[in-house]
Design a binder for this molecule. Structure first.
Ligand code: NBP
Length: 469
């Protein structure tokens, strides 16, 4: 009987494209989907004439696999993953490997990997980023699990991953839930990038009155410089597209209410748990939340009409400075995400290599960017770097852009254009580089109303004052 290299379960958009990617790279794949019609449709259309075997039961799937067996789950995150694992465990043998490639919450992966490994099976929880196109052409892959488990899947992962200068965008991230943790932070950084870009658009469009065609040109230019990235590139494309029905830019016809699936929120919740400030990312999550209140915003906009919304300075210079503000804000956003990774590495014993993580984000994934070469280099030069903004390259970049950054934010505030993420980045910068913050007053207030005590700057000890005397 012919045996297959890997079995994949879950033939929605991501699963189908990963199978096609594996097959294109010479692996023989057996596939199963809960709903039979989806499997049939896949084999009839995209999977036709390929080294792909469709099966209609998990028993048949497992029976077709080379040992140790490798089963890749690409089903909806949450209970479906647990259901599949329970069923697979009755069919697999110790030493076989289950891989969860969905967007599972990292604590679920921690629990699953401990349970499954204690029963003798191998387990990998992996982030897969790049959307449907990435899954087909080469995603960035973030696998977490034991070294023995990773070795089994490494050849397939290296083959299907995106390549940057021939270098596959995959690395063994660390144990247990570390892969899904890193994917969560990847998505949180993606939230930050998207919100910062949206604010730059708002400043230039609402504030300066740039048309979609002008914005297309500005973003195309930005994509030639240090901001060069997938998100800047697709944003430039978006501005170029006209709506067939109205003849207007399609972007202007889209309802301004952003959706989310939860990875940004998870990152914010986790950052609060670990006590790590990620204000730009939090602002991005909240901006999506606030955007959903469309009716209330419409009502409030007539209650508080903006009276003077016009910019009178040099538009060309200001447009360039907006690019500087975007770049400086982005540095601070990544500094926050990477600081959270650093803290999590120690809290959860993940032993993360931040240079490697930045390296595998350079291709395939949504946040891929030239910028990540510089981030990776900064951590290669100093693996113990306390914060990205302290790396010499980024220190220079911030110092060069600081004035423009402040001018852009000042103007946005005057024009009543909301800039929650950009201003959160600047406030992070100003707070982080302040040797003295007003927390002394907070401590005095806490001691005043709650006898919470305080420490002094001029001598050791814990102090309490009767403030009312
Ligand atoms: P979905 O997240 O929409 O999941 C659909 C798949 O899950 C279908 O194959 C469905 O089978 C299967 N499924 C469900 Br729903 N409940 C099941 C159950 N109880 N038992 C077995 N199978 C079940 O698909 P997707 O968008 O391809 O994403 C797959 C995973 O990859 C998700 O975790 C997602 O978050 C993650 N991801 C998605 C993207 C993206 O761009 N879409 C990017 C990166 C990661 P059915 O056909 O029988 O309903």
């Amino acid at each position: 009987m012919e045996l297959y290299d890997i079995g994949l379960i879950g033939l929605a958009v991501m699963g189908q494209n990963l199978v096609l990617n594996m097959e294109r790279n010479g692996f023989k794949v057996a596939v199963y989907n809960r709903t039979r019609a989806t499997t049939d449709g896949f084999i009839r259309e995209k999977g036709a004439g390929k080294q792909i075997k469709a099966v209609y039961s998990l028993k048949d799937l497992v029976g077709l696999l080379k040992r140790p067996r490798k089963v890749f789950l690409m089903v909806k995150a949450g209970p479906p993953v647990d259901e599949m694992i329970q069923q697979l465990k009755t069919l697999l043998q110790p030493g076989d490997l289950i891989i969860d490639g969905g967007n599972s919450f990292f604590q679920d992966t921690e629990r699953r990997s401990r349970e499954i490994e204690s029963e003798g099976y191998l387990y990998i929880g992996t982030g897969v980023s790049g959307g449907e196109e990435g899954a087909l052409k080469g995603p960035s892959i973030m696998p977490g699990g034991s070294p023995e488990a990773y070795i089994l899947i490494e050849p397939i992962m290296k083959a299907i991953a995106a390549k940057v200068n021939g270098d596959p965008c995959v690395t063994h991230i660390g144990p247990r839930g570390s892969g899904h943790y890193v994917k969560m932070i990847h998505n949180a950084i993606e939230y930050g990038d998207m919100q910062l870009i949206a604010e730059a658009y708002d400043i230039l469009h609402r504030g300066l009155g740039l048309s979609a065609q002008e914005l297309h040109q500005v973003f195309s230019q930005w994509n030639e410089g240090p901001l060069s990235s997938y998100l800047i590139e697709i944003t430039s494309d978006i501005f170029a597209l006209t709506d067939g029905e109205t003849g207007q830019p399609l972007v202007d016809r889209i309802l301004d209410s952003a959706g989310q699936k939860g990875t940004g929120k998870w990152a914010s919740q986790n950052a609060f748990d670990l006590g790590i400030p990620i204000p730009t990312i939090n602002a991005a999550v909240e901006a999506r939340n606030l955007s959903a209140f469309k009716r209330e915003r419409e009502k409030a906009s007539s209650t508080f009409p903006v009276t003077s919304l016009s910019y009178s300075g040099n538009r060309r210079t200001f447009t360039e400075e907006t690019g500087d503000a975007l770049y400086a804000s982005k540095i601070c956003s990544y500094a926050q995400g990477l600081a959270l990774l650093r803290a999590a590495s120690s809290e959860y014993q993940y032993d993360l290599n931040l240079a490697e993580i930045a390296r595998i984000w350079r291709g395939g994934c949504i946040i891929r960017a030239r910028f990540l070469d510089d981030v990776s280099r900064a951590y290669q030069e100093d693996p113990d770097l306390l914060n990205l903004i302290l790396a010499p390259f980024f220190r220079e970049a911030l110092l060069q852009r600081q004035k423009a950054w402040r001018r852009v934010l000042k103007t946005a505030i005057e024009l009543a254009v909301p800039v929650p993420a950009m201003s959160a980045s600047l406030a992070y910068f100003d707070s982080y580089r302040s040797s003295r913050l007003p927390a002394n007053l907070i401590q005095a207030q806490r001691d005043y109303f709650g006898a919470h005590t305080y420490r002094r700057i001029d001598r050791e000890g814990i102090f309490h004052t009767e403030w009312k005397k």
